[in-house]
Design a protein around this ligand. Structure first.
Ligand code: GDP
Length: 360
């Protein structure tokens, strides 16, 4: 599955957050592979639709979509030059599909800040600078080879890649991340370089409890990172929430003026940042969410269940979740004309409830 790397300076609350994510009963997926590394956590994507679906179908089990979080230690000033865990850090982060920066906004005299005081905008700058420097190194290494290849092959596509890499180099030299420069350079052409700042970013601000509900503070922090998504939470509260029964957790959240836990927001928004969506299947055995890329076709969606389903795809019987709920059952939805037969060109929509027909 696709993964999100959690990065941030030391002492910002990364481990607290990561541990809460992976210990959370509501999110922690029952992962069949035991050998997963200690810094990798597989979590279920919260989806209240599954519960309702399982009632209609009297399903024995609910299986949510999953995604991975990787706790990436070791970013400090100078990481791109090998400071701290520099190179290991860069290798780990290169393998992830999106980057979640945890930024400290909480004050606590007992928790030292590596750079002396709490300053979110400076910390964002520090991390982005390291990622930008790492990308510039990657480009400096790769560019001579790419230029030579393009010259000898006189290949149009190769030339376009070289041009894009040169543009990227210029943007990075001016202090821009590539993710925020998608209007100035075609990120697809840079793909083979696995550049760090070309990955989608999202931000978690770790706030004091009292500041969580302060819209002025949230707006100021949100402005620092727009157009990337910002999530506001208190990692210490998140660690407490997972220890509480559901009703008490909800009470605590509501007392803080929150509707959804920070962890749940992080997983939900992270999933979206990865460019993913879900479709649903349901029956007496299980109600289940499956992960597909936004824009996937019906046969591609079938292929997520089994490659044979994709190869032998005939058609998909589809009802939207909302229509199914409104009608109360699949037979009712059929009678009401809400169930559609879709062919191989159909583009899946989020929340489609599906049954595939295929040849074996
Ligand atoms: P990491 O180095 O980024 O992984 O940070 P940790 O998760 O290990 O947290 C460092 C210290 O800060 C620990 O003592 C945490 O208990 C504390 N901490 C983490 N989040 C918060 C928070 O939201 N508020 C306060 N006051 N302390 C926190």
């Amino acid at each position: 599955s696709l993964s999100i790397g959690i990065v941030g300076l030391p002492n910002v609350g990364k481990s607290t957050l990561f541990n809460a994510l992976t210990k959370n009963d509501a999110l922690a997926a029952n992962y069949p592979f035991a050998t997963i590394e200690p810094n990798v956590g597989v979590v279920g994507v919260p989806d209240s639709r599954l519960e309702r679906l399982s009632k209609i179908y009297d399903s024995q089990k609910i299986i949510p979509a999953t995604m991975e979080f990787v706790d990436i230690a070791g970013i400090v000033k100078g990481a791109s030059e090998g400071q701290g865990l520099g190179n290991k850090f860069l290798a780990n982060i290169r393998e992830t599909n999106a980057i979640c920066q945890v930024i400290r906004a909480f004050e606590d005299a007992d928790v030292t800040h590596v750079d002396g005081d709490v300053a979110p905008s400076r910390d964002i700058e520090t991390i982005n600078t390291e990622l930008i420097l790492a990308d510039l190194q990657t480009i400096e290494k790769a560019l001579p080879r790419l230029e030579k290849e393009a010259r000898t092959k006189k290949d149009k596509e190769q030339l376009a890649v070289v041009e894009a890499v040169q543009t990227a180099q210029k943007l990075l030299n001016e202090g821009n991340t590539l993710f925020a420069s998608a209007d100035k350079v075609d990120l697809d052409l840079l793909r083979e370089l696995h550049l760090l700042t070309a990955k989608p970013f999202l931000y978690v601000f770790n706030l004091d409890e009292e500041e969580l509900g302060d819209e002025a503070i949230r707006a100021r922090l949100r402005d620092l990172v727009a157009p990337a998504e910002a999530i506001f939470l208190d990692a210490k509260i998140e660690a407490e929430l997972i220890e509480l029964p559901d009703d008490e957790a909800l009470e605590l959240l509501q007392g803080l003026g929150q509707e959804e836990s920070g962890l749940s927001q992080l997983v939900r928004i992270g999933f979206d940042t990865l460019g993913l969506q879900t479709y649903l299947t349901a029956g007496p055995k299980e109600s289940r969410a499956w992960t597909i890329k936004k824009g996937a076709t019906a046969p591609e969606a079938a292929g997520v269940i089994h490659t044979d389903f994709q190869r032998g795809f005939i058609k998909a019987e589809i009802v939207s979740f909302d229509d199914l709920i409104a009608e109360g059952s699949l037979p009712n939805a059929r009678t009401a004309g809400k169930v559609r037969m879709e062919g191989k060109d159909y583009i899946m929509r989020d929340g489609d409830v599906v049954e595939f027909r295929f040849n074996v």
